[in-house]
Ligand binder design. Structure first.
Ligand SMILES: Nc1ncnc2c1ncn2[C@@H]1O[C@H](COP(=O)(O)OP(=O)(O)OP(=O)(O)O)[C@@H](O)[C@H]1O
Ligand SMILES: [Mg+2]
Length: 493
């Protein structure tokens, strides 16, 4: 597809999300759309896919101006949109979700048997291991993300928009996705690829366009820039990465102890977290890390073992009691678990605080407002009024609200499950700085991560899981990407 978007404007109330943005994609091109949280990436794609109309500007497809774009027309033209937020119905089966809204592409006469067959073909082609007749609600987040992608591949596509498609995927799934993208690219399919993970952008994209604060900044060929330059373009100034943690803390006494903990996908996990220490747990998908993270906080059941603080054993049957004992959990996947979409930014922000700390009967709006202002400054949250619905924020800014709501409850032990998913490069570094700062102040952090640069930024020690068990524990001086990979895959090192 030959796509041109010319001089696009889009205003939401007081916010001008797009100011005179132009953008072009050619056939068989994988085009990275880059920008900080709130830069306007998703908004530009929503205009393209006809989710809502632009206020000004033109969309030109294969030389013809298209006015009055809507999702149905976009679909008929072969434009597929894989959304940043999951948009599947949990109550429907996988194949029903894949064909939802898509029936017109084949006409109404396709039988259920045929739908299942076609859906299964795509799922197998992508090597997902998912059955087309499974209920979507029974799938884990990563699998749901794969179904979203499969849905886009089900119909003949000319242009596929991927808005952070890989946040929940593991390395193998991402590589597989890239293989499929390259194959389709060879057939002339165009892609617009949005991601905050620079290594991915540099691996898969041929061209890039940068947006900043709703403005067009620059477009060009990926081979002419490097990650440092791209980051500078995004944030609009010379980028100085936060200094790597250099010294290992003199760690204090053990404050958090896991003894022989077992669950459905992990067994016999024992570890100790000391005061002022940051321990990272990593592992490939299927290594048990996902479930271990939720089990430590009482959100999934364990079959054996204990977790204790200096004050005694934690009651893992009640999340609220775990929190009140001084353990905070920052969950992964805002896509599904993080926000309460019908509440305002302010209410989402103060939720955890009022569950754990608040003693009074009523919540004071003034206090809520002040709590939000403090967090907005600390985390650089780009938001208008805090009484706006949380869903009016860009994806990454929603994630920052969630992070800050947990950071402020002043716990002794923080469990952070992939806290920087969907957060732009600049803000990621503020979060690393914050984690290191917390450790210096004597807090202890157990952080789950699959991104090596992140591990390197914060870890005093790194625990590598393999097939549900701890394979090794590396001291800071021994943490290298090669060693982590070797222990994650069972190859050792
Ligand atoms: N429905 C809406 N109502 C009000 N404001 C909105 C709405 N959608 C987007 N905005 C605002 O428009 C701006 C651009 O948001 P957009 O979602 O396009 O950012 P983004 O580049 O996709 O960021 P992220 O990387 O965090 O997903 C933000 O300031 C956001 O708050
Ligand atoms: Mg977005």
């Amino acid at each position: 597809m030959n796509l041109e978007m010319k001089n696009i404007f889009k205003v939401f109330g007081p916010v001008t999300a797009l100011k005179d943005v132009s953008f072009a994609v050619g056939p068989g091109e994988i085009h990275g759309l880059l920008g900080e949280n709130g830069a306007g990436k998703t908004t530009l794609m929503n205009v393209l896919a006809g989710t809502f109309p632009q206020d000004k500007g033109e969309i030109i497809i294969n030389g013809k101006t298209v006015s009055g774009m809507n999702p149905r027309r976009a679909g008929a033209m072969g434009i597929r949109f894989i959304h940043q937020e999951l948009s599947l119905c949990n109550d429907l089966r996988v194949y029903q979700n894949m064909f939802l809204c898509g029936e017109f592409a084949y006409g109404p006469f396709i039988s259920k048997k045929e739908e299942i067959k076609r859906a299964q073909e795509v799922l197998d082609y992508m090597d997902t291991g998912i059955s087309a007749t499974t209920l979507v609600g029974e799938l884990e987040t990563a699998k749901k993300q794969l179904v979203e992608i499969a849905r886009a591949l089900l119909f003949k596509s000319e242009l596929i928009i991927m808005d952070e498609p890989t946040t929940a995927l593991n390395t193998r799934e991402i590589e597989h996705l890239f293989t499929i993208m390259n194959r389709l690219k060879g057939e002339g399919v165009s892609f617009i690829y949005i991601s905050h993970k620079m290594p991915e952008v540099f691996e898969i994209c041929g061209k890039y366009t940068v947006l900043r604060d709703g403005n067009f900044i620059e477009t060009g060929e990926i081979k002419n820039i490097d990650e440092q330059r791209a980051t500078e373009l995004l944030i609009g100034k010379t980028f100085v990465a936060a200094k790597l943690k250099d010294t290992v803390q003199e760690s204090g006494k053990t404050v958090f102890k896991v003894d022989g903990l077992s669950g459905k996908t992990f067994s016999d996990v024992s570890l100790e977290l000391r005061k002022g220490e940051v321990v990272v747990i990593t592992g490939l998908q299927g290594s048990g890390t996902d479930e271990l993270a939720t089990a430590l906080f009482g959100a999934t059941a364990v079959t054996g073992g204990t977790v204790s603080l200096t004050s005694g054993q934690l009651d893992l049957h009640s999340i609220k009691r775990v929190m009140q004992s001084g353990v905070a959990m920052i969950p992964r996947n805002r896509k599904e678990r993080g926000i309460l979409p019908h509440l305002s930014i302010r209410q989402n922000n103060s939720l955890a605080y009022f569950v754990v700390k608040h003693k009074k009967l009523f919540v004071s709006p003034k206090e809520e407002h002040e709590r939000f202002l403090a967090n907005r400054k600390k985390m650089d949250i780009r938001a208008g009024s805090d009484t706006d619905p949380i869903t009016s924020l860009s994806g990454g800014n929603q994630q920052k609200v969630i992070l800050s709501k947990w950071l402020e409850i002043d716990a002794d032990v923080y469990i952070m499950d992939n806290p920087t998913q969907g957060i732009d490069v600049g803000s990621k570094f503020s979060i690393y700085a914050l984690v290191n700062e917390m450790a210096r102040e004597g807090k202890s952090v157990l952080l789950f991560s699959t991104e090596f640069p992140e591990i390197q930024q914060v870890a005093d020690r790194c625990i590598v899981m393999y097939q549900g068990r701890i394979n090794t524990i590396l001291d800071r001086k021994d943490i290298t990407e090669v060693k982590i990979m070797a222990h994650s895959t069972g190859a050792q090192g």
